[in-house]
Design a protein around this ligand. Structure first.
Ligand code: NAD
Length: 361
């Protein structure tokens, strides 16, 4: 345990979901800015991609294991082999639209998988406690667990849980399991609930990459409903810096809300992307002409907004980026990395990499 402000001694961290959008940014950040050894545990679903880890796969401080977080025996082996001082649990099914079509996988990975990881972590921590060694389990969650906000108002750590989609309900269930493992068994945990992220390596099916890629291809830009749903946007690099602060210095048992403080309507985000594309990849007609309003997503939450006062006051974290400059960086990244998103989209790349596939591990 640490009181907020103290620092945990961490030499090795086990990151789940480290081949996904936020997880890969976190792994890159840790390897670039710390001397940590990173054990990257990922099943490599459609959302996981080793090409998102280009540049770190050969780092001797990075160990990749293709493992399903529901596989407790494989997790036990990883804990025994690497003896991590911390776990950052990001692995999840993360796309709301997919959760509407197929909720089962969300229940499995997000709830059963979190249970399996907590169980393995608890067994490991119980042995480790005898040696008085530090350990912390960081659960990474979303602001969507709080449901839809009336305007005005922002989500605090005390906001009631009111999830509305199968995705947010499965994340809410996982949050409750983590809390219970702390309260009941004493497992040292920290939790974060974050707003919408954007940045490099985000799956082409999420709003911002989808609009950039469709706009580049001259295809329609489908916007749900009337486009006035509001989200609080955070650049992924700011998020991973927050995650590291919470793991190092967050008080055990505490939850921290993480947000960019950049509330925007979806339609305004899409117009901002169109304006950047007009500037960086002009076509004969403005990209905004491609916008098309489509039937709304069932259960679509109207508004999310985060009050990040706690993490700012307790841990001194604040986002460095603002939406305009970070969106420009993001659009520029997708323009410069067409190979990455084309491979993801045409399914030609499934994460295979001879030499590092170690079955069962
Ligand atoms: P992502 O979909 O890009 O990546 C998820 C990763 O988890 C993939 O690499 C996938 O292969 C892996 N995975 C899925 N099922 C697995 C399983 N059973 N076992 C092991 N690995 C598995 O997701 P993301 O956007 O990077 O989100 C990461 C985490 O952050 C999630 O827990 C999500 O709920 C949370 N979060 C995301 C956002 C956001 O805006 N993207 C905001 C707040 C919180």
């Amino acid at each position: 345990m640490t009181d907020a402000g103290g620092e945990r001694p961490i030499a090795t961290i086990l990151v789940t979901g480290g081949a996904g959008f936020i997880g890969s940014a976190f792994v890159r950040h840790l390897l670039a800015t710390t001397t940590l050894t990173v054990v990257n545990v990922d099943k490599l679903t459609y959302a996981g991609n080793l090409q998102s880890l280009t540049g770190v796969l050969d780092n001797p401080r990075h160990h990749f294991a293709r493992v399903d977080v529901c596989d407790e025996a494989a997790l036990d082996r990883l804990f025994a082999q690497y003896a991590p001082d911390a776990v950052a649990h990001l692995a999840a099914e993360s796309h709301v639209d997919r959760s509407i079509d197929g909720p089962g996988e969300f229940v499995n990975t997000n709830i059963v998988g979190t249970y399996a990881l907590l169980s393995a972590a608890r067994r490991y921590w119980q042995q480790r406690r005898a040696e008085d060694a530090a350990f912390v389990f960081h659960h990474i969650s979303t602001d969507e667990v709080f449901g839809s906000l009336p305007s005005p108002g922002r989500f605090t750590e005390a906001s009631p849980y009111r999830p509305n989609s199968p995705y947010s309900a499965s994340k809410a269930a996982a949050d409750h399991l983590v809390r219970a493992w702390h309260k009941t068994y004493g497992l040292p945990v920290v939790m974060t609930n974050c707003s919408n992220n954007y940045g490099p390596y985000q799956s082409p099916e999420k709003l911002i990459p989808l609009m950039i890629i469709s706009g580049l291809s001259g295809e329609r830009l489908p916007v749900y409903g009337d486009g006035t749903n509001v989200r609080d946007w955070l650049y992924v690099q700011d998020h991973v810096e927050a995650l590291w602060e919470v793991i190092r210095r967050g008080a055990s048992g505490e939850t921290y809300n993480v947000g960019g403080g950049e509330e925007l309507r979806n339609i305004d985000v899409v117009h901002a992307i169109c304006a950047l594309l007009d500037e960086l990849r002009p076509r004969r007609r403005p990209h905004a002409e491609l916008i098309e309003f489509i039937a709304d997503r069932p259960g679509h939450d109207r508004r999310y907004a985060i009050d990040a006062t706690k993490i700012e006051c307790d841990l001194g974290w604040r986002p460095r980026e603002n939406f305009a400059s970070a969106l420009r960086k993001t659009v520029a990244w997708y323009l410069a990395n067409e190979d990455w998103w084309r491979a993801v989209m045409d399914g030609s790349y499934r994460g295979e990499r001879p030499g590092i596939e170690r079955g069962g591990e």
